[in-house]
Design a protein around this ligand. Structure first.
Ligand SMILES: Nc1ncnc2c1ncn2[C@@H]1O[C@H](COP(=O)(O)OP(=O)(O)O)[C@@H](O)[C@H]1O
Ligand SMILES: [Mg+2]
Length: 238
């Protein structure tokens, strides 16, 4: 029988057993694919609006694949199984649930410790995630271990010494750590330490973060407006 790695995109889609996210608009389909006991997650932009599919899809697939390759071997990161084509990639399935679906109080002190360790590990491998504020990107594995997914927005540590990119990289690493504090604030505020409270307060205040967020939002809104048809799905938060 053909293993998942030999199937075409159409064949993979035909073996989808669960939809994590329905694509369309600017978004990919994120599907759980199963065949002969083998499981994997397919992230597929082929159903996004035409301009997004042509421009943003291939870029996002390449970016995410590059991050996953650089993180190969890092615990808490799904393995890249293969880039299927310019629209889609296939990665290891992490059984469990996303932090967004965990009810308040459901995340424990050891979980947060391990999540900080995971964030440090990403940075040791030279990758800042940059979108851990989105709770859907943090998974609680069936074994209780934290996992990070969705590396489309990542920022890599440059190979050559470049003060500007090094500075930006450090800022994004700090933003990843603050995202853990934010998750704690929303799920278990009693666990926040003084240092985390201060980091959250600083985060609200820095003009850099505010400007970056403003630019990010504007670019997203303008590109969605330009590249997608009105009234389509997939414009929700991630
Ligand atoms: N490797 C994976 N294993 C298990 N679930 C995953 C995996 N990748 C994504 N998911 C699920 O799919 C959801 C959407 O995936 P994500 O990569 O965040 O897509 P988007 O770019 O649309 O935010 C995640 O919130 C998570 O629930
Ligand atoms: Mg996401």
């Amino acid at each position: 029988m053909t293993p998942l790695r030999d199937l075409s995109l159409e064949q993979l889609r035909a073996h989808a057993v669960k939809t994590f996210r329905r694509g369309g608009g600017s978004r990919p389909d994120v599907l759980l694919v199963r065949l002969n006991g083998e499981q994997a997650v397919l992230k597929d932009y082929s159903q996004a609006d035409p301009w997004f599919r042509r421009l943003v899809g291939p870029l996002s697939v390449r970016r995410e694949a590059r991050a996953l390759k650089q993180l190969a071997g890092a615990r808490g990161v799904p393995r890249l199984l293969r880039v299927v084509n310019r629209d889609a990639l296939l990665m290891e399935y992490i059984p469990g649930t996303s932090a967004r679906e965990v009810p308040p109080g459901g995340l424990t002190p050891p979980f947060f410790e391990r999540l900080y360790r995971l964030v440090d590990r990403l940075h040791e491998f030279g990758v800042a995630h940059c979108d851990l504020r989105s709770e859907g990107n943090i998974l609680v594995g069936a074994d209780g271990e934290p996992h990070a997914v969705d590396f489309t927005a990542h920022f890599r540590r440059g190979r050559r010494w470049n003060p500007l990119s090094r500075w930006m990289y450090e800022k994004f690493c700090e933003a990843d750590r603050v995202a853990v504090a934010r998750l704690k604030k929303s799920h278990a505020p009693d666990l926040l330490t003084d240092a985390e409270r201060q980091a959250l307060a600083r985060d609200r205040k820095t003009w850099l973060e505010r400007t970056a967020r403003f630019i990010g939002k504007s670019v997203r809104h303008i590109s969605r407006w330009l590249l997608t048809r009105p009234g389509k799905s997939g414009r929700g938060r991630d």
